[in-house]
Design a protein around this ligand. Structure first.
Ligand code: MN
Length: 391
């Protein structure tokens, strides 16, 4: 047995305990929690075969009472001595996708982001927000099979873009961008033909990951009317390996910004569903933005209620992206297209004027949220490096 000590100010103390899927050298992937710089094997710690699975999905499917019970049991055990064979150094393990993502929907929930993109793409229109924007959380169906775990390289996509004469040209994207987002993972699914009430989201949503929705703006701009983004985003989406459970984020709950006009009754929230999560975006090691999720207009509870209001089913491991998180100030915008205003106002990165991503660039998204007694909780990171396009 060993006793684990974690510094009091660690963002991965007992108040956090994010879940992930890891493998020690030569062993199969299994479920663990991060505690300081340790990874604790839950199948060993709790002697529970559900947690020996190579994804969180079976555990998510068990429902909220089990999430509460397991969290309490882990917290209790980590306060005392634990079996040495349950403990690994974070540096010694491989981290995998935490869930098998069934369906992936990406929303467009930040009003600041939607207004900025409206001004950039439709400068002639009086209202930068699409007509329905304040009445429903707009989204598109993303590609679940393209979701990769942090640290996976991202190859520059090729595709069609508008050429100088208005006819298409084919080649590597010249406007490769990031979108700093939060991803919400569905825990308990819902049957086809049923609806998830907005007040039921606490029982349905399990936790939060960081999400980088890589976007090829030139491919996107040429293809997106009228059915939305397709190949401009489907080549890769990076998530963090650690899932911070909503049970750890009670201190981070805040009201969403005022919603005016009041949404239809099926989107009316009774509980505050905003989250005071501050993100950071680093470009080649230099911080270029701090997007504040608490400024996001539509909440994850509303996203889930809207997604299922027509009877669409959900399954454990479904991923709901928030959409790019942007605050009101320039230095809080979560995409380079906004930070550089469509390339017109370059950023200085590493002493160079930069607009979009070049081969070899690396982007890292991190975040923190308030925990108990003035502590901060960490979310790990969503990291990706750009490889050159295929010849
Ligand atoms: Mn997005």
């Amino acid at each position: 047995m060993v006793s684990l000590t974690v510094p009091r100010d660690s963002p991965y103390g007992l108040a956090n305990l994010p879940y992930g899927v890891f493998s020690p050298a030569g062993a199969a992937p299994r479920v663990g929690v991060r505690y300081g710089d340790h990874v604790v094997d839950l199948a060993v710690l709790l002697d529970d075969p559900v947690l020996a699975a190579g994804s969180l999905n079976p555990f998510l499917a068990e429902g909220r009472d089990r999430w509460v019970a397991v969290r309490a049991a882990v917290t209790d055990q980590l306060a005392g001595d634990v079996p040495a064979e349950a403990v690994h150094a974070l540096a010694d393990v491989t981290l995998h996708l935490p869930v098998q993502v069934g369906d992936y929907v990406d929303f467009y929930a930040s009003e600041h982001h939607a207004r900025n993109l409206g001004r950039i793409f439709r400068p002639h229109e009086a209202d930068p927000l699409p007509t329905a924007w304040k009445h429903l959380p707009i989204g598109y169906h993303g590609r679940a099979g393209s979701v990769v775990v942090s640290g996976t390289d991202v190859r520059r996509p090729c595709g069609q873009r508008r050429g100088p004469e208005g006819s298409p040209v084919f080649g590597p994207t010249e406007r490769l961008d990031v979108e700093a987002e939060l991803g919400f993972l569905v825990g308990t699914g819902s049957a086809q033909g049923s609806r998830v009430d907005v007040t039921d989201a606490d029982r349905r949503l399990f936790g939060v990951v960081l999400l980088n929705d890589w976007s090829a703006r030139d491919i996107q701009a040429w293809e997106y009317v009228p059915l939305g983004p397709h190949l401009g985003k489907s080549f890769a989406s990076t998530i963090s390996p650690w899932v911070v459970p909503l049970l750890a984020l009670e201190e981070a709950r805040v009201p969403t910004p005022p919603q005016d006009p009041a949404p239809l009754p099926y989107l009316a929230m009774e509980e505050p569903w905003g989250l005071d999560i501050t993100m950071t975006v680093e470009w080649n090691g230099q911080e270029v933005s701090r997007p504040p999720y608490r400024t996001t207009y539509w909440s994850p509870a509303q996203m889930l209620a809207h997604l299922t209001v027509n009877g669409a089913p959900t399954r454990p491991g479904d991923l709901l992206g928030s959409g790019t998180v942007s605050g009101p100030e320039r230095e809080t915008r979560g995409a380079f297209i906004e930070l550089t205003w469509d390339g017109a106002e370059p950023l200085e990165v590493g002493g160079e004027a930069r607009t979009f991503l070049e081969d070899g660039d690396e982007v890292v998204i991190t975040a923190s949220a308030p925990g108990p007694h003035g502590s901060r909780l960490g979310f790990g990171e969503a990291r990706g490096r750009i490889l050159p396009a295929l010849p």
